[in-house]
Design a protein around this ligand. Structure first.
Ligand SMILES: N[C@@H](CCC(=O)N[C@@H](CS)C(=O)NCC(=O)O)C(=O)O
Length: 209
C-alpha cells in the first residue's frame, strides 16, 4: 500500500489531513505552497489538472476531489477501524447520502453566499438578492441537518463516521466565515461540539494553525 498526500494547511485538504489522523494510515505528505503557485507546476497538474489540493496518489493512482478521496479512504481503511460503514449496509447508504449532500448541497450554498458577500470577491460581483436567497437556503439546510440529528448522536446513528467528519469540516470553515449563529440549531451545535473534541480533530486543528 502506498499513499502520498498533497496538502496545504487551512484548505480543503485539512479534512483529508483529519481523516488520515483518524485512520492512522501510514502515508507520505507533500506540502503544496499555494501562494508560491506549486499547484500550477506541470508535475502537479499531471496528477490533478485542476491544480488544487487535496490530491492523493493511492497505489500509483492519482485522485482529486475531497469527497471522492474520503470515500476511497473510508472504504479501504475505515471499515476495519469502525469509521466507515460496511459497503452495502443501510448505514453505508446513509453515509454516502449525507457526505454527498454536504458537498453538493450544503457547501455549494455556502459558497454561493460567500461569492456574493466575501471580501475575497470584488464588490462589483456581489449581488444582494443572490446573497439573501443563499442565506435563506442555508438556514433551511441547517434546519434539515438539525432535524436529522434529532435522536441521533451522529449522521448515521450512534457511531461517528467520516461522513460526520466531512460535514463538520465544511461547517468549520463555512459557518465561521459566514458568521452564522447556530444557536437555533441545538442538535447540530452539540454534534459539532462532540466531533471537534475528538483527539484527531484537535491535533489537526493545532497543526493547521
Ligand atoms: N472541489 C475541490 C475543491 C478543492 C479546492 O478548491 N482547493 C483549493 C484550496 S481550498 C485550492 O487548491 N486552490 C488552489 C488554486 O485554486 O489555485 C475539493 O473538494 O477537493
Amino acid at each position: 500500500m502506498s499513499l502520498t498526500f498533497y496538502y496545504s494547511p487551512r484548505s480543503n485538504a485539512s479534512r483529508i489531513h483529519w481523516t488520515l489522523a483518524e485512520l492512522g494510515v501510514p502515508h507520505e505528505v507533500v506540502k503544496v505552497d499555494l501562494r508560491a503557485g506549486d499547484q500550477k507546476k506541470p508535475e502537479f497538474l499531471a496528477l490533478n489538472p485542476n491544480g488544487k489540493v487535496p490530491t492523493i496518489v493511492l497505489d500509483g493512482t492519482p485522485m482529486f476531489e475531497s469527497v471522492a478521496i474520503q470515500i476511497a479512504l473510508g472504504e479501504r481503511h475505515g471499515v476495519e477501524k469502525g469509521l466507515w460503514p460496511a459497503p452495502g449496509s443501510s448505514e453505508h447508504y446513509q453515509a454516502l447520502t449525507w457526505i454527498i449532500w454536504g458537498q453538493v448541497t450544503l457547501a455549494a450554498t455556502l459558497f454561493r453566499y460567500m461569492m456574493n458577500t466575501s471580501e475575497w470577491t470584488p464588490k462589483e460581483q456581489h449581488n444582494e438578492p443572490q446573497a439573501e436567497a443563499a442565506l435563506k437556503e442555508l438556514h433551511g439546510l441547517l434546519r434539515i441537518l438539525d432535524d436529522r440529528l434529532d435522536g441521533r448522536d451522529y449522521l448515521t446513528g450512534d457511531r461517528f463516521t467520516l461522513a460526520d467528519l466531512d460535514l463538520a469540516s465544511v461547517m468549520g470553515w463555512g459557518l465561521g466565515w459566514a458568521k452564522i449563529d447556530i444557536a437555533p440549531y441545538p442538535k447540530l451545535q452539540a454534534w459539532l461540539g462532540r466531533i471537534n473534541e475528538r483527539p484527531a480533530a484537535r491535533a489537526v486543528q493545532a497543526a493547521d494553525q
